[in-house]
Design a binder for this molecule. Structure first.
Ligand SMILES: [Zn+2]
Length: 455
């Protein structure tokens, strides 16, 4: 771990509202000081200059915006392998995406995870809450790239082959094997990468896991002292199955099983009833929305509810893309289309993507905002471009107009992991090349020509 000191000075520093109420502010001509892995001072550049005499690294922040690193609260970074295969296909989720995952190997999951981690860092994401198969390989990629990550081994016991044709068949033995892998992941990887890696138990969903497996997963998470990361009320099919089998909605079902608590991070929730969303709030379950993918999946988001109820919500990218800028803008657009009002503003969307996600993950005391004592996870955005000019207000300019190419510098744990738009810990070119070769190998194995998917 680095012990050097860094200052970013003369910048617009965004101080994010801790309560996610939409009151974030901009410190003009501000400075941030990093010592080792922590932020040690934030203030006007003139004050900082009086308190410190020298730094190992000085970054001039003129015409630059300093933001807290983005926290991606729900993702499957290796899911990028599906790009271009299924975006325009009806029933692509159960019909194609889930069955296609069987073509992945440990090696390809590591390579696609590295691709996702590099993409995330280039977008300004400094922490990813991930859920996938062979998650030791995801963790390996996170450690190598320099990103912070929470990894979870996917646990399910449904037969995916049969589910493709609409039939639910559960086999607890396969679920217990996955759960054993999940426990091993926790013991092998917690705290690795200078403390950047933590773990959760990765429950897939309430329809793809049997009741017994849900209960056993919850017991294991409690025993190991870790949280659960799961999908909840994510599809109409899941809700129909749970209603038919248990006579209630998926959130009510988890509540009756005694599983709802602040240890759970639940993604999507778009098919939950309003009464179920309220149940999540009372039980302090961490809720996550992934707005960009909902349009693609013909799904109506619940962002209007989260914005109107003033309940903190995390933002995630899910799979296929790590573009958090796109997700903040989708969140604003979708919530306004649903309500006809400016229910979600740029400060609030930014808060959801930083503090909101950090709160959902129970990590808000260490990441999510630029404050002395917190981990130095920071993003510097360059605004010297036609699409970012004129620079009037750092928050509105960044949230509405910035994109991946504007992210110039990224720190995670005080380490410079993106410098002048390039990843420093791994080669972006080699990562892209390896992922392309492995994707082409997978396309060769598909039971149908890859171009059949292009409609
Ligand atoms: Zn997901």
């Amino acid at each position: 771990m680095t012990e050097r000191t860094t200052v970013i000075k003369n910048a617009d520093v965004v101080l994010v509202d801790k309560d996610c109420a939409g009151w974030s502010q901009v410190l003009r001509n501000g400075a941030v000081v990093i010592e080792g892995d922590k932020i040690v001072a934030v203030g006007p550049t003139s004050n900082i200059a009086m308190d410190y005499t020298s730094f190992d690294l000085t970054i001039d922040g003129q015409r630059k915006i300093v933001l807290p690193g983005f926290v991606n609260a729900h993702a499957h970074v290796a899911g990028s392998f599906l790009r271009g295969l299924l975006e325009d296909i009806p029933n692509h989720f159960y019909g194609y995406a889930l069955p296609l995952e069987k073509f992945l190997t440990r090696d390809s999951i590591r390579a696609f995870s590295l691709l996702g981690a590099v993409e995330a860092l280039r977008n300004g994401i400094t922490c990813i809450n991930d859920h996938y198969y062979h998650s030791d390989q995801v963790a390996r990629a996170f450690v190598a790239s320099g990103i912070r990550g929470i990894v979870a081994e996917t646990v399910l016991d449904v037969d995916m082959g049969k589910l493709k044709d609409g039939k639910y068949r559960h086999n607890i033995d396969s679920g217990m094997k996955a759960l054993d892998k999940g426990a091993k992941l926790v013991s092998d990887w917690s705290g690795r990468g200078d403390g950047r890696i933590t773990c959760r138990i990765g429950v897939h969903a309430t329809d793809t896991c049997s009741e017994d497996l849900l209960l056993k997963s919850n017991e294991l998470a409690k025993k190991l002292g870790v949280g659960i990361h799961m999908h909840l009320a994510q599809t109409a099919k899941e809700v129909a199955y749970v209603e038919e089998t248990h006579g209630k909605g998926p959130v009510e079902y988890l509540g009756d099983l005694g599983i709802l608590s602040n240890r759970i991070v639940a993604a999507h929730l778009n098919y939950a009833k309003d009464s179920e969303l309220a149940l999540l709030s009372t039980n302090k379950v961490g809720a996550v929305q992934c707005p960009t993918i909902y349009g693609k999946m013909c799904v109506k988001s619940k962002l209007d509810w989260f914005a109107e109820q003033a309940v903190p919500c995390g933002l995630g990218t899910d799979w296929l893309s790590m573009d958090i800028w796109d997700n903040m803008r989708s969140a604003i657009g979708i919530s306004r289309t649903l309500t006809g009002r400016e229910v979600l503003t740029a400060p609030k969307a930014l808060e959801f993507a930083t503090m909101g996600s950090a709160k959902v993950l129970g990590m808000d005391s260490s990441i999510g905002s630029i404050e002395p004592g917190k981990k130095a996870d920071l993003v510097v955005v360059n605004t010297r471009s036609a699409h970012m000019s004129p620079l009037r207000n750092a928050i509105q300019n960044a949230v509405y107009y910035a994109s991946t190419g504007d992210v110039e510098t990224v720190f995670v744990n005080g380490e410079l992991v993106v410098d002048s738009g390039k990843t420093t810990q791994v080669s972006e070119d080699e990562t892209i090349q390896k992922a392309q070769v492995l994707a082409e190998e997978i396309w060769e194995k598909l039971p149908y020509p890859a171009n059949k998917f292009i409609v």
